[in-house]
Design a protein around this ligand. Structure first.
Ligand code: AMP
Ligand code: ZN
Length: 467
């Protein structure tokens, strides 16, 4: 597999540190609100990466953190007259509701910043002892200049960063490009005991501490949105490599933005839609499909049309799943026809093309195109008469295998109460016909028609659909 590495700005062959094992870390949400569909992009795309690596047989240890203490969380708690942990607990719960809807697998570990304060203090102390950090009035800052290689991820020479940095009024830092590792707490704020007095961690340090604790000093893949590249990931590198004296991550992956009207969707711009709202309008599955249908490094635009297109595309895949489920139950017995056998023989090639696309820096857009070619090939065969159960089973298994990697489509039958009732009525109608009570059979058919349910008598049995 090739991965585009932000560090080298090129596609590189992916070689994990330990054969067969992958250690990956992805920066997770700051939990003070429902997450918006811009945030959903990295969550879905790196879940996809993890699923694909697992599909290829890797044992993946995946860590995605929750930032559960920060200014915005404290502000929200003050506004609501509650505590920071009430706010973060609430939105962690809500994160999992949306993540489950979007079929984002739980990470191996979802560590929280506040549960790793000892590790954070430990790494800050190491940096102070090494002369890479210093304390001023209870704050601790990273001495950016002292870390060789600062700017290497975002490809900015430190001189350019220095030239662009502003000295803020009342700044106590040695250099404007230094950044906070630990902040002295203000009166009334939550705090933890530390060698520098009461305080709380800065944002960047938690990822260095948690990546090391759960994955080790050097990890395979580190990922997040492109806005995190600088300064967040640059600072993570400085902290981790400064403290451990080892490379931090071998591959850096960044997703492009999800935009609205060509502007980044963000909480601060106020142009955001929560996943909760998008799911209410289009369904979680359509949101995931929309996301997966674009390559993660291509900017995408969120619009009603694009979500409606996703719904329609997904419906095509689901129709094929439904037809195949029907065929598996009601298809012809016996051997496959020549045409069916030829179709099955071609499945391996679809699978190969699918993997080639995914191996090319997780090109899920091309992978979905392969799924649609497969759907077309299956539909062509299914349009024939007397298609066999055996073909139904083989085609279903192939389509399910590829769709499951992307976690799209409906291989499982999703029955609601109405479906159950319809099926009971269809069974009653069949019984009436068998008893030659055609008046009753027609009555049931008309009754269903009035409710928008169309019955079709096929050689394989009765098929129904919504008009
Ligand atoms: P935050 O909670 O703001 O730290 O963001 C969580 C994740 O969402 C980070 O990986 C961000 O880079 C990413 N992100 C935020 N806004 C967008 C957007 N509009 N498009 C894509 N990714 C985003
Ligand atoms: Zn991070």
């Amino acid at each position: 597999m090739k991965i585009f590495n932000t560090m080298t700005r090129s596609k590189e062959e992916f070689v994990p540190l330990e054969p067969g094992k992958v250690r990956m870390y992805s920066c997770g949400p700051t939990v003070y609100n429902y997450f918006h569909i811009g945030n959903a992009r990295p969550f879905i795309m790196f879940d996809l990466l993890r699923r694909y690596l697992e599909y290829r047989g890797y044992d993946v240890k995946f860590v995605q953190n929750f930032t559960d203490i920060d200014d915005k969380i404290i502000k929200k708690a003050n506004e609501e007259g509650t505590t920071y942990d009430q706010i973060s607990e609430r939105y962690i719960k809500e994160y999992f509701v949306d993540a489950e809807g979007l079929r984002i697998k739980r990470a191996t570990v979802h560590p929280k910043a506040t549960e790793n304060i000892d590790e954070i203090i430990d790494i800050v102390s190491t940096l102070v002892n090494k002369g890479l950090a210093y304390e001023v009035n209870g704050d601790v800052y990273f001495r950016t200049h002292a870390f060789e290689g600062y700017g290497k991820l975002s490809h900015q020479p430190i001189e350019d960063l220095e030239a662009g940095a502003r000295i803020a009024v009342g700044d106590v830092k040695e250099d404007p490009i230094d950044f906070a590792l630990w902040k002295a707490s203000k009166p009334g704020e939550p705090y933890w005991e530390s060698p520098w007095g009461h305080g709380r961690p800065g944002w960047h340090i938690e990822c260095s501490a948690m990546a090391r604790k759960y994955l080790g000093e050097t990890i395979d893949i580190h990922s997040g949105g492109v806005d995190l590249c600088f300064p967040h990931h640059e600072n993570e590198i400085a902290q981790s490599e400064g403290a451990n004296g080892k490379p931090f991550a071998n591959y850096w992956m960044h997703n492009a933005f999800l935009n609205v009207d060509n502007q980044k969707m963000s909480k601060s711009l106020g142009n955001f839609f929560t996943v909760r709202d998008a799911a209410a309008a289009y369904g979680y599955d359509a949101v995931r499909f929309f996301m997966v249908s674009a390559h993660y490094r291509t900017p995408v635009n969120y619009s009603q049309e694009s979500l409606e297109m996703a719904q329609a595309s997904l419906a095509r895949i689901n129709t094929t799943f439904a037809n195949l489920r029907f065929l598996m139950q009601n298809g012809a017995e016996g051997e496959m026809s020549e045409k069916e056998a030829a179709s099955v023989a071609a499945f391996e090639q679809f699978k190969q093309n699918f993997c080639d696309a995914m191996d090319d820096d997780l090109n899920s857009a091309d992978a979905i195109a392969v799924i649609f070619e497969l759907v077309r090939a299956i539909n062509t065969v299914c349009a024939e008469k007397n298609v066999t159960k055996t073909y139904g089973q083989a085609a279903f298994a192939m389509l399910k295998e590829l769709c499951d990697v992307l976690a799209i489509g409906q291989p499982e039958e999703q029955k609601d109460d109405l479906d159950q009732e319809i099926e009971e009525l269809i069974a009653q109608r069949q019984a009436a016909r068998k008893a030659r009570n055609f008046a009753e059979a027609d009555r049931i058919r008309d009754d269903l028609k009035a409710r928008g349910i169309i019955l079709e008598d096929t050689p394989q049995g009765v098929k129904w659909s919504r008009a």
